[in-house]
Design a binder for this molecule. Structure first.
Ligand SMILES: Cc1cc2nc3c(=O)[nH]c(=O)nc-3n(C[C@H](O)[C@H](O)[C@H](O)COP(=O)(O)OP(=O)(O)OC[C@H]3O[C@@H](n4cnc5c(N)ncnc54)[C@H](O)[C@@H]3O)c2cc1C
Length: 222
């Protein structure tokens, strides 16, 4: 059964990414890394379900989403641009394949970083950040979600890869097998992967090339 909740707060994290905070349904249960289907309590939009990942933690008294918007699709994320505090969204079923299994390399493309926001927040809370690394692919620096937070949390273990911009200190191009190898210094570590389908396909080929076993890969396509 869906539940209606009010938006409490909405602001931009980047030029096209929104942070939306909403009321938490009383009986909602989820794990860091999981997503939920959302629709909008707006005529004509109640049955348009789209998946978004919780970037709040299960113990928070609110729920939070970090949402990349696509005005050109004329879909749900475009409608979210016009919604404001007090408007309602509908929360449907919780699901998701990404959960923390142990230290490793997190590889994200764009909004694919959202499950890792939640997982890394949880690890920070438990003082268990350890040697986890985040390899984060974006087109330009202006697309990087929560850059300074990740920098503060992970230091040198936060590596940005920009495909459309050259900046000193940032890797340039697409994530390659060599780049994955360069930042994989834990032979028993896990590989967490989330991003759009073309990126996922390319990186899964790199995993094969590098002989990374399927048991060590935790992934979800966006
Ligand atoms: C498990 C899961 C969790 C997710 N969590 C998040 C999250 O936390 N944050 C987040 O930002 N996103 C997340 N996503 C992605 C998110 O669900 C989609 O971005 C969202 O559904 C887009 O909805 P829309 O109605 O605005 O666009 P839609 O029209 O539904 O478009 C969705 C997809 O269709 C394609 N598409 C449609 N129209 C066009 C077009 N004109 N040009 C090019 N491509 C097009 C694109 O691939 C696009 O991403 C998640 C997805 C999954 C599966």
């Amino acid at each position: 059964m869906e539940q209606k909740v009010k938006i409490l707060e909405k602001h931009n994290l980047t030029h096209d990414v929104l942070r939306i905070v909403a009321e938490k349904p009383a009986d909602l249960v989820y794990q860091p890394g999981q997503a939920v289907d959302i629709s909008l309590n707006k005529p004509g939009w109640e049955h348009e379900l789209r998946a978004f990942t919780f970037t709040s933690l299960p113990g928070d008294p609110f729920i939070e989403f970090t949402i990349k918007t696509y005005p050109e699709h004329g879909g749900v994320t475009n409608e979210l641009l016009t919604m404001k505090a007090g408007d309602e969204i509908m929360i449907h079923g919780v699901f998701g394949d990404i959960a923390y299994k142990g230290e490793g390399l997190f590889i994200a493309g764009g909004a694919g970083v959202t499950p890792f926001i939640a997982i890394l927040k949880q690890l920070e809370k438990e003082n268990k950040i350890g040697n986890n690394k985040l390899l984060f692919a974006n087109k330009t620096k202006s697309d990087i979600i929560l850059e300074s937070s990740f920098q503060n949390l992970l230091g040198n273990n936060f590596i940005n890869v920009l495909s459309n911009e050259k900046i000193t200190g940032y890797e340039q191009g697409f994530i390659s097998a060599a780049m994955i190898q360069k930042y994989s210094d834990n032979p028993s570590g896990y590989y967490y992967l989330c991003g759009p389908p073309p990126m996922m396909d390319a990186i899964e080929k790199h995993f094969e090339t590098l002989g990374i076993s399927k048991e060590k890969i935790v992934k979800e396509v966006f």
